[in-house]
Design a protein around this ligand. Structure first.
Ligand code: IPE
Ligand code: IPE
Ligand code: MG
Ligand code: MG
Ligand code: MG
Length: 350
């Protein structure tokens, strides 16, 4: 992964919070975590028969990589409490396998053809195989915990944590899908959805890292609340990155899919009745019938209604509020990397 990022002239407000120092520092750490996870993810391939389409699909998804943000959050929390991130690596690998499970299904739910700069798994292998390949990653995630060198009670606690919070992720995804039929989405409805679909997943990472590192109950509650709020900030930034090339796929995919992102939520509230009607007419059209010109019109409405700025402001509010939960964590160098990681969640450009 290259750590240098070029900001193209004329890029909109979405990149205004870009901070080259945090970007370089955190990207180097993410690369380090990615390297550490490599052998764990490769090992999981042993369970899948090679030279089969299923094996090919699993390899394809794993080779697609990922930023490893959740793994890095988990590893860093563990280091805050026990001085090393190494004990967290098995669980961090489980989290990234769970992320593969979620993302394969998410691309099917969202009708997205691209992920991580190449065809999404269901596009590459077809819908039926795509669903099946996605399912395997749930087992691979559980195996990463079962086969780790953790005491049995720890394994049970980690599996319970994943079960409980994955239910919330699924609930959030369900709200996300249902919101697409709502022509007056509110900030509250958006926030409830993303606290679950993205925040609950972040909580698996932070609380799990705390469990492995030996954190006390009060710290774990703070880490859970941090994650739920930081997840909202991360998701708002994800919505903003869909406007540019930051998602590793063609920009505008959320509008093509008719998603009620925070930008839509702000834009309809500041539009004229005519603009509002046109906005939802476009969003509600089937993906295949939507034109690039209509997507550009919606993006321009986001700009004219200052939805970009409002979304960026809310993301910053959420991340600052989230970091308020970190005050009482032990004063260690890892805590300050965790704080920089938190800032990166909204300053990132990929
Ligand atoms: C994508 O997560 C799903 C969201 C919650 C927006 P990431 O952007 O962390 O995806 P990868 O794992 O780095 O590809
Ligand atoms: C995905 O949100 C959240 C989860 C997968 C739980 P998005 O649908 O916005 O993620 P991307 O943009 O496809 O990565
Ligand atoms: Mg998606
Ligand atoms: Mg989605
Ligand atoms: Mg998105």
């Amino acid at each position: 992964m290259d750590t240098k990022v070029t900001i193209k002239p004329g890029y909109p407000v979405v990149l205004r919070s870009y901070n080259p120092l945090i970007e370089t520092d955190i990207r180097l750490f993410l690369q380090e975590i990615d390297r550490q996870l490599g052998p764990f993810l490769l090992k999981s391939m042993d369970r899948i028969p090679i030279n089969t389409l299923l094996g090919e699909g699993i390899r394809y998804q794993i080779q697609g990589g990922g930023k490893r943000i959740r793994a890095a959050l988990c590893a860093t929390v563990c280091e805050i409490f026990c001085g090393s991130y190494e004990p967290a690596l098995d669980f961090a690998a489980a989290i990234e396998q769970l992320q593969n499970f979620t993302l394969i299904h998410d691309d099917i739910e969202d009708g997205d053809f691209e992920r991580r700069g190449r065809p999404s798994t269901w596009k590459q292998f077809g819908l039926a195989h795509g669903i099946n390949i996605g399912d395997v990653f749930a087992s691979l995630s559980a195996f990463a915990i079962l086969e780790a060198d953790y005491p049995p009670e720890m394994k049970l606690s980690l599996l319970r944590l994943i079960c409980e919070l994955s239910l919330q992720v699924a609930e959030g995804q369900s709200l996300d899908i249902s919101l697409r039929n709502n022509d007056s989405p509110t900030v509250e409805a958006y926030t409830e959805c993303v606290r679950k679909k993205t925040g609950a997943f972040f909580a698996i990472a932070t609380v799990g890292g705390g469990m492995i590192g030996g954190a006390d109950q009060k710290s774990m509650e703070s880490l859970q609340e941090f994650a739920l709020q930081a997840g909202v900030a991360f998701q708002i930034k994800d919505d903003l990155l869909d406007l540019v090339e930051g998602k590793g796929r063609q920009p505008g995919s959320d509008v093509f899919e008719g998603k009620r992102t925070l930008l839509v939520t702000y834009a309809w509230q500041s539009s004229s009745p005519h603009e509002r009607t046109r906005l939802f007419e476009i969003l509600n059209k089937p993906r295949a019938l939507k034109t690039q010109g209509e997507v550009v019109w919606v993006h321009d409405l986001f700009r004219r209604t200052k939805a970009y700025e409002q979304a960026e402001r809310l993301a910053n509010q959420f991340i600052n509020q989230a970091m308020g939960n970190l005050l009482d964590l032990p004063e260690t160098p890892a805590k300050y990397r965790f704080i920089r990681l938190s800032k990166y969640l909204t300053s990132r450009v990929v």
